[in-house]
Design a binder for this molecule. Structure first.
Ligand SMILES: *Cc1c(COP(=O)(O)O)cnc(C)c1O
Length: 424
Protein backbone atom coordinates (compact mmCIF):
# COMPACT_ATOMS: atom_id res chain seq x y z
CA UNK A 1 0.00 0.00 0.00
CA UNK A 2 1.41 3.40 -0.94
CA UNK A 3 1.36 6.30 1.48
CA UNK A 4 -1.26 7.97 -0.80
CA UNK A 5 -3.52 4.93 -0.63
CA UNK A 6 -3.21 4.83 3.13
CA UNK A 7 -3.94 8.56 3.51
CA UNK A 8 -6.88 8.35 1.12
CA UNK A 9 -8.39 5.49 3.12
CA UNK A 10 -7.99 7.48 6.35
CA UNK A 11 -9.26 10.68 4.68
CA UNK A 12 -12.42 8.96 3.47
CA UNK A 13 -13.30 8.17 7.10
CA UNK A 14 -13.06 11.76 8.30
CA UNK A 15 -13.54 13.97 5.20
CA UNK A 16 -16.53 13.55 2.83
CA UNK A 17 -15.14 11.86 -0.28
CA UNK A 18 -11.68 12.15 1.25
CA UNK A 19 -11.25 15.80 0.20
CA UNK A 20 -12.17 19.35 1.13
CA UNK A 21 -13.16 20.45 -2.39
CA UNK A 22 -14.71 18.01 -4.92
CA UNK A 23 -12.50 18.33 -8.03
CA UNK A 24 -9.44 17.26 -6.01
CA UNK A 25 -10.88 13.76 -5.73
CA UNK A 26 -10.07 13.26 -9.46
CA UNK A 27 -13.23 11.21 -9.95
CA UNK A 28 -13.86 12.69 -13.40
CA UNK A 29 -10.66 11.10 -14.66
CA UNK A 30 -11.34 7.87 -12.76
CA UNK A 31 -8.48 7.78 -10.31
CA UNK A 32 -7.69 8.49 -6.67
CA UNK A 33 -6.50 11.91 -5.51
CA UNK A 34 -2.87 12.95 -5.19
CA UNK A 35 -1.82 13.69 -1.62
CA UNK A 36 0.77 16.44 -1.79
CA UNK A 37 3.82 16.67 0.42
CA UNK A 38 5.44 19.80 -0.99
CA UNK A 39 5.86 22.02 -4.03
CA UNK A 40 8.59 24.28 -5.35
CA UNK A 41 8.64 26.33 -8.54
CA UNK A 42 6.65 24.45 -11.16
CA UNK A 43 7.13 21.10 -9.45
CA UNK A 44 4.73 19.41 -7.04
CA UNK A 45 5.67 16.27 -5.09
CA UNK A 46 3.25 13.74 -3.65
CA UNK A 47 3.61 11.86 -0.36
CA UNK A 48 5.14 8.87 -2.19
CA UNK A 49 7.89 11.07 -3.61
CA UNK A 50 6.54 11.23 -7.17
CA UNK A 51 7.22 14.63 -8.77
CA UNK A 52 5.00 16.29 -11.35
CA UNK A 53 5.13 19.44 -13.45
CA UNK A 54 2.16 21.28 -11.95
CA UNK A 55 -0.36 22.98 -14.26
CA UNK A 56 -3.06 23.19 -11.59
CA UNK A 57 -1.03 25.58 -9.43
CA UNK A 58 -3.69 25.60 -6.72
CA UNK A 59 -6.29 26.45 -9.42
CA UNK A 60 -4.75 29.80 -10.19
CA UNK A 61 -3.17 31.61 -7.25
CA UNK A 62 0.41 30.41 -7.84
CA UNK A 63 1.19 32.59 -10.86
CA UNK A 64 4.78 33.02 -9.59
CA UNK A 65 5.18 29.27 -9.06
CA UNK A 66 5.23 27.52 -5.69
CA UNK A 67 7.22 28.81 -2.73
CA UNK A 68 8.42 31.93 -4.51
CA UNK A 69 11.32 33.24 -2.40
CA UNK A 70 10.01 36.80 -2.12
CA UNK A 71 6.50 35.74 -1.20
CA UNK A 72 7.69 33.17 1.35
CA UNK A 73 10.04 35.69 2.96
CA UNK A 74 7.31 38.30 3.13
CA UNK A 75 4.95 35.84 4.79
CA UNK A 76 7.65 34.67 7.20
CA UNK A 77 8.34 38.25 8.17
CA UNK A 78 4.64 38.89 8.74
CA UNK A 79 4.15 35.81 10.93
CA UNK A 80 6.70 37.20 13.39
CA UNK A 81 4.34 40.12 14.00
CA UNK A 82 1.31 37.96 14.80
CA UNK A 83 -1.04 36.16 12.43
CA UNK A 84 -4.41 37.87 12.92
CA UNK A 85 -5.69 40.86 14.89
CA UNK A 86 -9.23 41.47 13.72
CA UNK A 87 -8.28 45.14 13.44
CA UNK A 88 -7.10 47.35 10.56
CA UNK A 89 -3.53 47.10 9.27
CA UNK A 90 -1.28 49.00 6.88
CA UNK A 91 -0.85 46.06 4.53
CA UNK A 92 -4.58 45.79 3.72
CA UNK A 93 -4.58 49.47 2.75
CA UNK A 94 -1.52 48.87 0.57
CA UNK A 95 -3.12 45.90 -1.18
CA UNK A 96 -6.37 47.80 -1.80
CA UNK A 97 -4.32 50.68 -3.24
CA UNK A 98 -2.36 48.26 -5.43
CA UNK A 99 -5.62 46.79 -6.77
CA UNK A 100 -7.17 50.19 -7.45
CA UNK A 101 -3.96 51.28 -9.15
CA UNK A 102 -4.11 48.33 -11.55
CA UNK A 103 -7.82 48.23 -12.37
CA UNK A 104 -9.30 51.57 -13.46
CA UNK A 105 -12.93 50.56 -12.73
CA UNK A 106 -12.00 49.97 -9.09
CA UNK A 107 -11.96 52.84 -6.61
CA UNK A 108 -12.70 50.89 -3.43
CA UNK A 109 -12.23 47.31 -2.29
CA UNK A 110 -13.78 45.04 0.37
CA UNK A 111 -11.60 42.04 1.22
CA UNK A 112 -13.12 38.64 1.94
CA UNK A 113 -11.59 35.23 2.60
CA UNK A 114 -12.90 33.38 -0.48
CA UNK A 115 -14.28 34.03 -3.94
CA UNK A 116 -17.55 32.46 -2.85
CA UNK A 117 -17.92 35.07 -0.14
CA UNK A 118 -17.07 37.82 -2.61
CA UNK A 119 -19.79 36.49 -4.95
CA UNK A 120 -22.57 36.32 -2.40
CA UNK A 121 -21.63 39.71 -1.00
CA UNK A 122 -21.40 41.48 -4.34
CA UNK A 123 -24.93 40.28 -5.20
CA UNK A 124 -26.23 41.67 -1.90
CA UNK A 125 -24.66 45.01 -2.79
CA UNK A 126 -26.11 44.96 -6.32
CA UNK A 127 -29.58 44.15 -4.97
CA UNK A 128 -29.33 46.90 -2.39
CA UNK A 129 -28.12 49.42 -4.97
CA UNK A 130 -30.90 48.67 -7.49
CA UNK A 131 -33.74 47.64 -5.19
CA UNK A 132 -34.22 44.58 -7.41
CA UNK A 133 -33.98 40.85 -6.69
CA UNK A 134 -33.24 39.06 -9.94
CA UNK A 135 -29.84 38.32 -11.37
CA UNK A 136 -28.70 36.96 -14.71
CA UNK A 137 -25.85 34.48 -14.93
CA UNK A 138 -24.48 32.34 -17.73
CA UNK A 139 -24.70 28.56 -18.02
CA UNK A 140 -21.39 26.96 -17.11
CA UNK A 141 -20.10 30.03 -15.29
CA UNK A 142 -18.95 29.49 -11.69
CA UNK A 143 -19.09 32.29 -9.17
CA UNK A 144 -18.59 30.28 -5.99
CA UNK A 145 -21.10 28.00 -4.28
CA UNK A 146 -23.51 30.42 -2.62
CA UNK A 147 -27.14 29.33 -3.10
CA UNK A 148 -28.39 31.79 -5.69
CA UNK A 149 -25.27 31.30 -7.85
CA UNK A 150 -25.22 27.52 -7.64
CA UNK A 151 -27.29 27.01 -10.75
CA UNK A 152 -25.75 25.54 -13.91
CA UNK A 153 -22.38 26.30 -12.43
CA UNK A 154 -19.73 24.41 -14.42
CA UNK A 155 -16.45 22.97 -13.07
CA UNK A 156 -16.93 20.60 -10.16
CA UNK A 157 -20.66 20.54 -10.80
CA UNK A 158 -20.38 19.86 -14.50
CA UNK A 159 -17.85 17.20 -13.83
CA UNK A 160 -19.96 15.55 -11.15
CA UNK A 161 -23.06 16.04 -13.30
CA UNK A 162 -25.07 17.48 -10.41
CA UNK A 163 -27.69 19.92 -11.74
CA UNK A 164 -27.36 22.71 -9.20
CA UNK A 165 -27.31 20.95 -5.85
CA UNK A 166 -29.73 19.39 -3.40
CA UNK A 167 -30.09 21.71 -0.44
CA UNK A 168 -30.47 24.83 -2.59
CA UNK A 169 -34.05 26.01 -2.02
CA UNK A 170 -36.28 26.93 -4.95
CA UNK A 171 -36.68 30.24 -3.14
CA UNK A 172 -33.00 31.09 -3.43
CA UNK A 173 -32.60 29.95 -7.03
CA UNK A 174 -35.86 31.41 -8.36
CA UNK A 175 -34.38 34.89 -8.75
CA UNK A 176 -31.52 33.59 -10.90
CA UNK A 177 -32.03 33.54 -14.65
CA UNK A 178 -29.53 31.43 -16.59
CA UNK A 179 -28.65 32.20 -20.20
CA UNK A 180 -26.28 30.34 -22.57
CA UNK A 181 -22.87 32.04 -22.88
CA UNK A 182 -22.29 33.92 -26.14
CA UNK A 183 -26.01 33.75 -27.02
CA UNK A 184 -26.91 37.31 -28.03
CA UNK A 185 -30.59 36.65 -28.64
CA UNK A 186 -31.10 34.83 -25.35
CA UNK A 187 -29.37 37.66 -23.49
CA UNK A 188 -31.48 40.33 -25.15
CA UNK A 189 -34.68 38.33 -24.59
CA UNK A 190 -33.92 37.84 -20.87
CA UNK A 191 -33.10 41.53 -20.45
CA UNK A 192 -36.34 42.48 -22.20
CA UNK A 193 -38.42 40.21 -19.97
CA UNK A 194 -36.86 40.84 -16.53
CA UNK A 195 -35.62 43.72 -14.43
CA UNK A 196 -32.25 42.64 -13.09
CA UNK A 197 -30.20 43.81 -10.13
CA UNK A 198 -27.12 42.51 -11.91
CA UNK A 199 -25.76 40.68 -14.88
CA UNK A 200 -22.84 38.60 -13.64
CA UNK A 201 -20.24 37.00 -15.90
CA UNK A 202 -16.71 35.68 -15.95
CA UNK A 203 -15.57 37.98 -18.78
CA UNK A 204 -13.41 35.13 -20.08
CA UNK A 205 -15.08 32.03 -18.62
CA UNK A 206 -12.64 29.37 -17.42
CA UNK A 207 -14.93 27.09 -15.42
CA UNK A 208 -16.43 25.26 -18.38
CA UNK A 209 -12.95 25.03 -19.77
CA UNK A 210 -11.76 28.25 -21.36
CA UNK A 211 -14.56 29.69 -23.52
CA UNK A 212 -13.74 33.30 -24.43
CA UNK A 213 -16.45 35.81 -25.31
CA UNK A 214 -17.45 36.08 -28.97
CA UNK A 215 -16.60 39.38 -30.68
CA UNK A 216 -18.82 42.09 -29.28
CA UNK A 217 -20.45 39.92 -26.60
CA UNK A 218 -19.02 41.80 -23.61
CA UNK A 219 -19.96 45.10 -25.27
CA UNK A 220 -23.49 43.75 -25.65
CA UNK A 221 -23.51 42.80 -21.97
CA UNK A 222 -22.55 46.35 -21.01
CA UNK A 223 -25.23 47.77 -23.31
CA UNK A 224 -27.95 45.45 -22.04
CA UNK A 225 -27.05 46.11 -18.40
CA UNK A 226 -27.36 49.86 -18.98
CA UNK A 227 -30.62 49.59 -20.88
CA UNK A 228 -32.03 47.29 -18.20
CA UNK A 229 -30.90 49.42 -15.27
CA UNK A 230 -28.83 46.50 -13.97
CA UNK A 231 -25.28 46.56 -12.67
CA UNK A 232 -22.62 44.66 -14.60
CA UNK A 233 -20.44 42.42 -12.44
CA UNK A 234 -17.28 40.85 -13.82
CA UNK A 235 -16.07 37.84 -11.89
CA UNK A 236 -12.32 38.10 -12.41
CA UNK A 237 -11.44 35.63 -9.66
CA UNK A 238 -9.44 33.68 -12.25
CA UNK A 239 -8.71 36.27 -14.94
CA UNK A 240 -7.80 39.12 -12.56
CA UNK A 241 -4.02 39.76 -12.52
CA UNK A 242 -3.56 36.66 -14.74
CA UNK A 243 -4.39 37.68 -18.31
CA UNK A 244 -3.13 41.26 -17.91
CA UNK A 245 -2.15 43.74 -15.20
CA UNK A 246 -5.70 45.12 -15.14
CA UNK A 247 -7.50 41.82 -15.74
CA UNK A 248 -9.64 40.78 -18.68
CA UNK A 249 -11.57 44.07 -18.52
CA UNK A 250 -8.35 45.81 -19.58
CA UNK A 251 -7.93 43.49 -22.60
CA UNK A 252 -11.59 43.74 -23.59
CA UNK A 253 -11.94 47.46 -22.99
CA UNK A 254 -15.32 46.87 -21.33
CA UNK A 255 -15.84 48.40 -17.90
CA UNK A 256 -17.96 46.63 -15.28
CA UNK A 257 -19.64 48.37 -12.33
CA UNK A 258 -18.33 45.82 -9.84
CA UNK A 259 -15.54 43.25 -9.95
CA UNK A 260 -14.88 40.05 -8.01
CA UNK A 261 -11.26 39.11 -7.36
CA UNK A 262 -9.65 36.10 -5.71
CA UNK A 263 -6.98 33.46 -6.29
CA UNK A 264 -3.89 35.56 -7.29
CA UNK A 265 -4.98 38.41 -5.01
CA UNK A 266 -4.19 36.23 -1.98
CA UNK A 267 -0.84 35.01 -3.32
CA UNK A 268 -1.64 31.43 -2.22
CA UNK A 269 -3.28 32.31 1.10
CA UNK A 270 -7.04 32.70 1.60
CA UNK A 271 -8.08 36.11 0.31
CA UNK A 272 -10.54 37.47 -2.22
CA UNK A 273 -12.36 40.75 -2.76
CA UNK A 274 -15.20 42.61 -4.37
CA UNK A 275 -14.59 46.05 -5.62
CA UNK A 276 -15.81 48.89 -7.79
CA UNK A 277 -16.94 52.48 -7.95
CA UNK A 278 -16.89 54.53 -4.78
CA UNK A 279 -20.59 55.41 -4.68
CA UNK A 280 -21.53 51.73 -4.85
CA UNK A 281 -18.86 50.48 -2.47
CA UNK A 282 -19.73 53.16 0.10
CA UNK A 283 -23.09 51.45 0.53
CA UNK A 284 -21.21 48.70 2.41
CA UNK A 285 -21.26 48.76 6.21
CA UNK A 286 -20.00 50.70 8.12
CA UNK A 287 -19.82 53.39 5.39
CA UNK A 288 -23.39 52.43 4.44
CA UNK A 289 -25.94 49.92 5.64
CA UNK A 290 -25.36 46.84 3.43
CA UNK A 291 -24.06 44.39 6.02
CA UNK A 292 -21.08 42.14 5.34
CA UNK A 293 -18.26 41.12 7.67
CA UNK A 294 -15.51 38.56 8.27
CA UNK A 295 -13.36 37.56 11.25
CA UNK A 296 -10.36 36.83 9.01
CA UNK A 297 -11.15 39.35 6.23
CA UNK A 298 -7.99 41.24 5.25
CA UNK A 299 -5.89 38.76 7.21
CA UNK A 300 -2.38 40.25 7.45
CA UNK A 301 -0.59 37.12 6.19
CA UNK A 302 -2.89 36.83 3.18
CA UNK A 303 -2.63 40.56 2.43
CA UNK A 304 1.16 40.30 2.63
CA UNK A 305 1.25 37.33 0.26
CA UNK A 306 -1.09 39.08 -2.18
CA UNK A 307 0.90 42.33 -2.12
CA UNK A 308 4.22 40.49 -2.62
CA UNK A 309 2.70 38.59 -5.56
CA UNK A 310 1.19 41.63 -7.28
CA UNK A 311 4.48 43.47 -6.80
CA UNK A 312 6.23 41.01 -9.12
CA UNK A 313 3.58 41.14 -11.86
CA UNK A 314 4.72 43.90 -14.19
CA UNK A 315 4.14 44.26 -17.94
CA UNK A 316 7.30 42.27 -18.61
CA UNK A 317 5.90 39.35 -16.58
CA UNK A 318 2.70 39.32 -18.63
CA UNK A 319 4.53 39.33 -21.95
CA UNK A 320 6.63 36.38 -20.78
CA UNK A 321 3.56 34.48 -19.54
CA UNK A 322 1.65 35.19 -22.75
CA UNK A 323 4.52 33.93 -24.89
CA UNK A 324 5.00 30.75 -22.84
CA UNK A 325 1.27 29.98 -22.90
CA UNK A 326 1.28 30.49 -26.65
CA UNK A 327 4.24 28.11 -27.07
CA UNK A 328 2.57 25.52 -24.85
CA UNK A 329 -0.70 25.75 -26.82
CA UNK A 330 1.08 25.45 -30.17
CA UNK A 331 3.23 22.58 -28.98
CA UNK A 332 0.22 20.65 -27.64
CA UNK A 333 -1.65 21.19 -30.90
CA UNK A 334 1.32 19.91 -32.91
CA UNK A 335 1.73 16.88 -30.63
CA UNK A 336 -1.95 15.99 -31.00
CA UNK A 337 -1.80 16.40 -34.78
CA UNK A 338 1.28 14.17 -35.00
CA UNK A 339 -0.55 11.44 -33.09
CA UNK A 340 -3.70 11.90 -35.17
CA UNK A 341 -5.80 12.95 -32.17
CA UNK A 342 -8.41 15.62 -32.83
CA UNK A 343 -8.29 18.47 -30.29
CA UNK A 344 -9.09 22.17 -30.08
CA UNK A 345 -6.83 24.20 -27.86
CA UNK A 346 -8.02 27.53 -26.50
CA UNK A 347 -5.61 29.84 -24.70
CA UNK A 348 -5.22 33.29 -23.20
CA UNK A 349 -2.24 34.66 -21.31
CA UNK A 350 -1.72 32.18 -18.44
CA UNK A 351 -4.79 30.05 -19.28
CA UNK A 352 -5.34 27.10 -21.57
CA UNK A 353 -7.89 24.33 -22.14
CA UNK A 354 -7.57 21.34 -24.39
CA UNK A 355 -10.93 20.21 -25.73
CA UNK A 356 -11.15 16.81 -27.39
CA UNK A 357 -13.36 18.09 -30.22
CA UNK A 358 -12.93 19.29 -33.80
CA UNK A 359 -13.87 22.87 -32.97
CA UNK A 360 -13.59 25.03 -29.86
CA UNK A 361 -16.81 25.22 -27.81
CA UNK A 362 -18.54 28.60 -27.66
CA UNK A 363 -20.88 27.65 -24.81
CA UNK A 364 -21.42 25.14 -22.02
CA UNK A 365 -23.52 22.72 -24.08
CA UNK A 366 -20.71 22.43 -26.63
CA UNK A 367 -18.11 22.01 -23.88
CA UNK A 368 -20.15 19.15 -22.42
CA UNK A 369 -20.36 17.48 -25.84
CA UNK A 370 -16.57 17.06 -26.17
CA UNK A 371 -14.95 13.63 -25.81
CA UNK A 372 -14.57 13.61 -22.03
CA UNK A 373 -13.49 9.97 -21.88
CA UNK A 374 -10.47 10.47 -24.10
CA UNK A 375 -9.68 13.65 -22.18
CA UNK A 376 -9.71 11.64 -18.94
CA UNK A 377 -7.51 8.88 -20.38
CA UNK A 378 -5.09 11.51 -21.69
CA UNK A 379 -4.90 13.20 -18.26
CA UNK A 380 -4.14 9.85 -16.62
CA UNK A 381 -1.46 9.17 -19.24
CA UNK A 382 0.03 12.61 -18.57
CA UNK A 383 0.16 11.93 -14.83
CA UNK A 384 2.00 8.67 -15.51
CA UNK A 385 4.50 10.76 -17.46
CA UNK A 386 4.99 13.31 -14.68
CA UNK A 387 2.62 16.08 -15.73
CA UNK A 388 -0.24 17.13 -13.46
CA UNK A 389 -2.90 18.78 -15.63
CA UNK A 390 -6.33 19.77 -14.27
CA UNK A 391 -8.23 16.48 -13.84
CA UNK A 392 -11.32 17.84 -15.62
CA UNK A 393 -11.92 19.33 -19.05
CA UNK A 394 -14.12 21.96 -17.38
CA UNK A 395 -11.09 23.72 -15.96
CA UNK A 396 -8.12 25.62 -17.31
CA UNK A 397 -4.42 24.88 -17.14
CA UNK A 398 -2.61 27.53 -15.09
CA UNK A 399 0.95 27.86 -16.39
CA UNK A 400 3.05 30.11 -14.16
CA UNK A 401 6.02 32.40 -14.70
CA UNK A 402 8.41 29.58 -13.73
CA UNK A 403 7.13 27.23 -16.42
CA UNK A 404 10.07 28.13 -18.65
CA UNK A 405 11.02 26.86 -22.11
CA UNK A 406 12.74 23.74 -20.74
CA UNK A 407 9.70 22.87 -18.60
CA UNK A 408 7.38 23.37 -21.56
CA UNK A 409 9.58 21.10 -23.69
CA UNK A 410 9.40 18.38 -20.98
CA UNK A 411 5.64 18.87 -20.88
CA UNK A 412 5.35 18.46 -24.65
CA UNK A 413 7.47 15.31 -24.52
CA UNK A 414 5.03 13.83 -22.00
CA UNK A 415 2.07 15.07 -24.04
CA UNK A 416 3.39 13.35 -27.18
CA UNK A 417 3.55 10.06 -25.28
CA UNK A 418 0.09 10.60 -23.80
CA UNK A 419 -1.45 11.41 -27.19
CA UNK A 420 0.09 8.26 -28.66
CA UNK A 421 -1.31 6.25 -25.74
CA UNK A 422 -4.88 7.50 -26.27
CA UNK A 423 -4.62 7.63 -30.08
CA UNK A 424 -3.91 3.94 -30.41
C1 LIG B 1 -12.59 29.86 -7.88
C2 LIG B 1 -13.66 30.77 -8.37
C3 LIG B 1 -14.61 31.33 -7.50
C4 LIG B 1 -14.74 30.92 -6.06
O1 LIG B 1 -13.63 31.22 -5.32
P1 LIG B 1 -13.34 30.37 -3.98
O2 LIG B 1 -12.21 31.10 -3.34
O3 LIG B 1 -13.01 28.99 -4.44
O4 LIG B 1 -14.59 30.41 -3.16
C5 LIG B 1 -15.48 32.27 -8.01
N1 LIG B 1 -15.44 32.63 -9.30
C6 LIG B 1 -14.55 32.09 -10.16
C7 LIG B 1 -14.54 32.55 -11.59
C8 LIG B 1 -13.65 31.13 -9.73
O5 LIG B 1 -12.83 30.55 -10.60
Amino acid sequence: MTRSDELYARACKVLPGGVNSPVRAMRSIGRDPLFIAKAHGCEIVDVDGAAYIDYVCSWGPMILGHADRDVVEAIEGATELGTSYGAPTEVEVQLAEAIADRVPSIEMVRMTSSGTEAGMSVLRLARAATGRDKILKFAGAYHGHSDSLLVDAGSGLATLAVPGSPGVTTGSSKDTIVVPWNDRDALIAACTEHEFAALIAEPCPANMGLVPPADGFLELLREQADANGALLIFDEVISGFRVARGGYQQLAGVTPDLTMLGKIVGGGLPAAAYAGRRELMEMISPAGDVYQAGTLSGNPLAMTAGLATLGKLDDQAYSVLALRTHDLANGLAAAAADAGVEVSIVSECGLLTIFFASSAPTDYEAAKACDLETHAAWCRALLERGVYAPPSQFEAWFPSLVHDDAVIERTLEAARGAFEAVGR
